[in-house]
Ligand binder design. Structure first.
Ligand code: HEC
Length: 254
């Protein structure tokens, strides 16, 4: 009996190991379809990516300014609708977009649409009374805005971080490289961009460092490993440290 078991195990093992080794591997070749919709001229690639990144960073700050109200358990309806948010966001961005080309304006309009929709989608969550933390903060708004912006443009936005909390912010190889240079540079880190290939598509990749300010430290600060109010282990950073970056990938016309 023992022998039969061992023999069958012998035949089973290599087959099993092989099947497991074939699972979870990225398909080879092909074309990342999500990059098709909007393509920018090479000469406008940098400024387009920069505008998108600035708009996301500004939207994050507009929401950040409301966090006290949004986490007040005594309030039901917060009145911070997609429209209210979008008006504040647009006002804060006006100067940034003055020189936008018609192509860029079309892309920005889609980003404004996505950002407003992201806020509208969170109204039920935000207007719950009696709960302080409702799983909404600037990084989540930017992540969900990026999803809808991507579905209408093909442009990819991410917020990779040193210790990322959301799995979709796991940095890829290039982002790890740039992020470690930004971390070394600390408060001196400057945005950078470069042309690259994504599958068969030429893209412009832009990276803008995200620095921490004092109020972020409640969750991302010290002591490292201590649980923050949401149950995540704190990252151990100080104000001024680079925690992550806004990553923008825009397809470029051939
Ligand atoms: C209340 C705790 C809390 C505070 C305060 C906070 N964050 Fe976060 N941060 C989170 C959580 C939770 C996520 C994941 C959000 C998501 O995508 O759903 C996150 C995500 C991020 C990300 C994206 C990477 C990732 O972890 O997925 C960055 C970048 C970031 N935060 C920077 C900041 C900055 C800058 C500040 C201050 C302006 C700040 N955070 C304040 C909890 C916090």
């Amino acid at each position: 009996m023992k022998k039969i078991l061992l023999v069958s195990l012998f035949f089973l093992m290599p087959w099993y190991a092989n099947a497991e080794g074939d699972i979870g591997i990225a398909a080879k070749g092909g074309f990342p379809e999500y990059l098709f919709l909007e393509k920018v001229k090479e000469s406008e690639a940098h400024s387009t990516a920069e505008m998108i990144s600035k708009a996301l960073a500004t939207g994050r700050m507009v929401i950040f300014a409301q966090m006290g109200k949004l986490t007040d358990p005594a309030l039901g309806d917060k009145g911070f609708t997609g429209d209210v948010f979008a008006n504040q966001w647009k006002a804060a961005l006006e100067a940034e977009f003055m020189d936008a080309s018609p192509d860029q304006q079309r892309i920005i309009d889609k980003l404004l649409w996505a950002g407003k929709l992201s806020m509208d989608n969170n109204q039920d969550r935000l207007n719950v009374k009696g709960v302080k933390w409702k799983h909404f903060l600037p990084a989540k708004w930017a992540r969900e805005t990026g999803l809808m912006f991507n579905s209408r443009t093909g442009i990819v936005t991410k917020q990779p971080a040193v210790n990322y909390r959301h799995p979709s912010n796991a940095p890829d190889q290039k982002e790890i490289e740039v992020l470690s240079a930004f971390v070394d540079a600390g408060s001196e880190a400057k945005p950078k961009g470069e042309f690259a290939m994504m599958g068969k598509q030429r893209v412009y990749r832009y990276f803008d460092p995200i620095m921490l300010i004092q109020p972020c430290l409640a969750c991302h600060g010290k002591p490292k490993g201590e649980l923050d109010m949401l149950g995540f282990q704190k990252d151990g950073f100080d104000a001024g440290d680079v925690i992550g970056l806004i990553s923008v990938s825009v397809a470029v016309e051939e």
